[in-house]
Design a binder for this molecule. Sequence first.
Ligand SMILES: Nc1ncnc2c1ncn2[C@@H]1O[C@H](COP(=O)(O)OP(=O)(O)O)[C@@H](O)[C@H]1O
Ligand SMILES: [Mg+2]
Length: 290
Amino acid sequence: MQTMIITPNPSDPEVKILSNEFKNQGYNVQYFIPSTIKVNIGFQSKFEKRFESLTPRAALVRGFGAAATQRIFFRLDILRAIEEHNVKLINSRESLEIASDKFLTSVSLEKHKIPTPKTIICEEPHMALEAYEELGNDCVLKPLYGSKGIGITRLNDKGFAENVIYSLGQLNEVFYLQEFIEHYNRDIRILVLGDKVVAGMYRVGDSWKTNLYTGAKPEPLEITDELENLAIKAAKAVKTEIAGVDIVESEKGLLVLEVNSIPGFIGLQKVTEVNIAKEIISYFLESAKI
Ligand SMILES: Nc1ncnc2c1ncn2[C@@H]1O[C@H](COP(=O)(O)OP(=O)(O)O)[C@@H](O)[C@H]1O
Ligand SMILES: [Mg+2]
């Protein structure tokens, strides 16, 4: 049987682990690399031909690659074109679009009454500077599209905030500013598959940025009902079936920072008994049938 992984890089370690799991379950994996796709319109060889042999008619999305804005739009459009040909994407194009955009994620979380830090998004540098003050002169500035903590800066000094904001203003950046939440260098990652929480961990760092990529360490976590419910609600709010939900424990209670639609799992695997790749592939095959 034939299945498909959409990825910018088939030799990515996690893609390899997932491919092996597909093989264990009797599947041959075909890779779809968005940046290398040539779409022909009005020719004999049709774009949709490459999806003909997929059973079930679905593809697992593990990324579409970092790129300039126009290419990001094109690659999202490619995902849409795939869905137009009745191939189920997990996660769906719509959910990838929401979850990979911190602004749309925040809007969706608020709409579903999911607690999240106070956030201000704007284009004008003078508004961003006002936002810095409104957020208590201590906030984090995040790229709208980003992951692994890359490009996130804490602003808690007026002079520094002015410099950063006016410099980014020159580059026509959009400002996404969020109140700084004291979490004592620890946050939580929960992996959700459909209606279920599969695993979770603490991420403990040496500084306020607790991405594993920046050197934080995974530690075991006991998943409470409150965490479970919150993570499932957050995943639903951004319409992801497979989700890595980032949560901080604040004085005000649990707050959702973001939902990752292509969650990494190698770090999480170190602190859980569950075979995560197996859970993801089994979930994918089950959900793809529907
Ligand atoms: N509002 C905040 N207050 C304090 N720390 C934060 C805040 N937002 C993010 N962080 C820290 O930065 C990390 C990365 O932020 P996140 O929003 O998850 O973006 P990314 O997509 O880059 O992972 C979080 O895991 C957390 O440790
Ligand atoms: Mg994160």
